[in-house]
Design a protein around this ligand. Structure first.
Ligand SMILES: Nc1ncnc2c1ncn2[C@@H]1O[C@H](COP(=O)(O)OP(=O)(O)OP(=O)(O)O)[C@@H](O)[C@H]1O
Ligand SMILES: [Mg+2]
Length: 240
């Protein structure tokens, strides 16, 4: 097969259930999906539909019960914990609704965190982290602690941390969920720019106007992927 046409990310028959005493909750049921490099994808659906479960599996934070997941040509299901941690570190940048920054570390140290597991000179780590902070417009806040930053700035630090290790995919679970609408809009503009730069971005959102900006909108219902909407025309119109 031609390498260019191969999806960056391929899910087949993914299933995940949680057992709670005698009850089984099926969080993901027979999910198939192909995502290509450079795409922007929004996962939508009501509360409990399985969006975070799906994103956590895509981010290798969790494993499915069955099915296969191929990321960047690698079958992730067969990896042991050590190799999975390596894939997580190299291939995935994760952005959370509540930022999840280390409170005692500066913005720059937070951003450099994914590089700590890589064999690099400390000065190169700092340089790479500086570039990522610069990319999100925060080069003058490197020495601030998270508590000394606004919510939008904290989310920018989290995005810089996700970008810093140059991962194949950026995953974001409700990245604007804790932000007021104006700050959320500026974070979405940043994601738009990252997609225009060629990044692959997958996000969960409850907000239709956020989903609208993504090329593909995939809807989950009761753990199943039930529909897809493409916004390609609108993206092109916006980019023009
Ligand atoms: N650790 C867990 N143990 C038991 N059940 C779980 C667990 N995590 C999720 N679930 C259940 O799996 C289903 C899917 O949950 P998930 O968090 O993926 O939903 P979601 O679409 O992200 O919802 P929300 O929009 O509220 O964040 C829900 O019914 C939830 O109660
Ligand atoms: Mg969720």
């Amino acid at each position: 097969m031609n390498e260019i046409s191969q999806p960056l990310l391929q899910l087949r028959a993914i299933r995940k259930a949680y057992r709670m005493g005698s009850e089984t909750i099926v969080a993901l049921d027979d999910v198939d999906m192909d995502i290509h490099r450079g795409q922007s994808v929004a996962f939508v659906g009501s509360s409990g539909a399985g969006k975070s479960t799906l994103l956590n599996i895509l981010g290798c934070l969790d494993r499915p019960d069955s099915g296969s997941y191929c990321l960047n040509g690698r079958n992730v299901d067969i990896l042991d914990e050590r190799d999975l941690a390596m894939v997580r570190n190299r291939e995935i940048g994760f952005v959370f609704q509540n930022f999840q920054l280390l409170s005692r570390a500066t913005a720059l140290q937070n951003v450099a965190q994914p590089l700590m597991y890589r064999p690099m000179r400390p000065a190169d780590r700092v340089e790479q982290a500086r570039r990522a902070l610069d990319r999100v417009g925060l080069s003058d806040r490197g020495h601030h602690l998270p508590s000394q930053l606004s919510g939008g700035q904290r989310q920018r630090v989290a995005i810089a941390r996700a970008l810093c290790g140059q991962p194949s995919i950026l995953l974001a679970d409700e990245p604007t969920g804790n932000l007021d609408s104006r700050t959320g809009e500026s974070i979405m503009r940043l994601f738009d720019e990252l997609v225009e730069d060629g990044h692959t971005v997958l996000m969960v959102t409850h907000e239709p106007e956020v989903a609208q900006r993504c090329e593909r909108v995939l809807r989950l219902f009761d753990g199943r992927l039930v529909s897809e909407k493409c916004n390609t025309g609108e993206r092109n119109a916006r980019a023009a």
